[in-house]
Design a protein. Structure first.
Length: 432
């Protein structure tokens, strides 16, 4: 077994040690007492890792763990009256994870529950303007101090991310109205887009109560533009391609030179540009829009844009050098695992082995930073850039051991010539 695959199994052992007694649910981080069931921090992400481990090894025990965790998720959802539009911790993320579990386990009840999650998602939507949207308590109130209901637009916690799950559901024939609802969501997002001389932009939510114009993937125009590109691929409606192209033009207009590459600023309001390097606000996220446009149009300029963003990332010394926007985090959202995943995607799309080398470098940093004890491997890291000293050993997918292990397993199986990866709905396919 390769050292990467071994480390992935050791990360799974750490996660197993965080399972709550008598339950198939896990602590969000060691030391915490309550379980988390969502995709970002909780059981749904752990389920995905176990499905990948089963695909890579054939180990029926890890599939059994995933199934029992799915049953615990189902019980949790049975007690949930209202959840967010957020893929991270709301109905869309549950729908995706449960459907993937159904695919592997053959359990029709999981697939039926996934479809029900989409019904519940639509039931919470409002008819707004030309389409549908979601108005709910604004995200990140615990960080910003601002409260109140807002219409949420973005990929990470809003309508664009939900629509990407709806597209996934349509392509898998999970729900007969999934495409109709995805188009209605996009119609509303087109209506609230902000035209600029450089192209289209979207903010995180309506009536932004604080200055935060983020051009990148998680909370800005790159993520919404990616939805538009994916919708064009399914519907062939040119308005969606036009919007995706306009979004990409706008995003690139917010880039600055970095060596022989470029990087897009985290937010436009900062007095001095700061560049995140992770998937949320850096090249591994924003580059997805460029790759999707290249796959659709065949225009070399979009592939060069993705390459240029990655050159900007390595110009700052990543992954070995930590910069202001690449702090002590090794996860899928903000850290090395997300960079490594995108490097593997770039290698698959371009055939350029230098990207596999970059993924190996990410893995080396990850392994060096890990903590090993009694056959288990974990990572003590900071989830938030502005709280670098608040360190936790997390279990989840986007922030923690499950997502890190998923990358390491993906790298190991790629090197073996049989890549194993469950792509989230906001990730392009490995081959265009």
């Amino acid at each position: 077994m390769s050292p990467y695959a071994t480390a992935a199994r050791e990360a799974a052992a750490f996660i197993a040690g965080q399972r709550l007694e008598g339950q198939y649910a896990w602590r969000r981080a060691s030391g915490r007492r309550r379980p988390d069931f969502g995709l970002y921090h909780g059981s749904c992400g752990v389920i995905l890792l176990h499905l990948e481990l089963h695909a890579a090894t054939g180990d029926e025990a890890v599939l059994e763990t995933a199934v029992k965790a799915g049953e615990a998720v189902a019980a949790h959802l049975g007690q949930s009256e209202r959840l967010s539009v957020s893929v991270a911790n709301g109905w869309p993320g549950y729908a995706f994870a449960l459907n993937e579990l159904a695919r592997v386990s053959g359990r029709a009840d999981f697939r039926a529950l996934a479809a029900t999650c989409l019904d519940r998602l639509r039931g919470q939507a409002s008819d707004l303007g030309a389409g549908i949207g979601w108005i709910e308590p604004m995200p990140f109130s615990d960080i910003t101090g601002f409260t109140g209901d807002r219409e949420i637009y973005d990929q990470s916690v809003g309508a664009a991310g939900a629509a990407l799950v709806l597209l996934y559901a349509h392509e898998d024939a999970l729900h007969p109205k999934a495409l109709e609802w995805a188009v209605a969501t996009a119609d509303r997002l087109l209506e609230v887009a902000e035209p600029t001389p450089e192209g289209l932009r979207w903010r995180l939510m309506s009536d932004m109560p604080f200055p935060f114009t983020a051009p990148n993937f998680a909370h800005g125009g790159a993520g919404v533009g990616y939805l538009m590109a994916r919708l064009y691929s399914v519907t062939r409606e040119t308005r969606f391609l036009d919007a995706a192209t306009a979004a990409a033009r706008y995003v690139l207009s917010r880039a600055a030179a970095a060596g022989d590459g470029q990087l897009v600023c985290h937010t436009e309001e900062a007095p001095r540009p700061m560049f995140y390097l992770g998937a949320c606000h850096g090249p591994p996220g924003t580059g997805r829009l460029m790759l999707e446009l290249h796959a659709i149009t065949g225009e070399a300029t979009w592939l060069e844009a993705a390459r240029s963003l990655m050159r900007g990332l390595t110009h700052l010394g990543a992954p070995e050098t930590r910069s202001k926007g690449f702090w002590n985090n090794h996860g899928q959202c903000c850290g090395d695992a997300g960079v490594g995943e995108f490097a593997l995607l770039m290698a698959a799309r371009t055939g350029d082995e230098s990207y596999v080398d970059l993924a190996r470098r990410c893995a080396a940093v990850i392994l060096h930073a890990s903590v090993q004890a009694d056959g288990a491997r974990s990572w003590l890291q900071a989830e938030h850039r502005d709280r670098p000293d608040f360190l936790e050993s997390q279990t989840g997918y986007m922030q923690g051991a499950a997502g890190i292990a998923s990358f390491l397993l993906h790298l190991a199986t790629t090197i073996e010539g049989r890549p194993v990866k469950i792509a989230l709905p906001d990730w392009p396919r490995l081959t265009s």
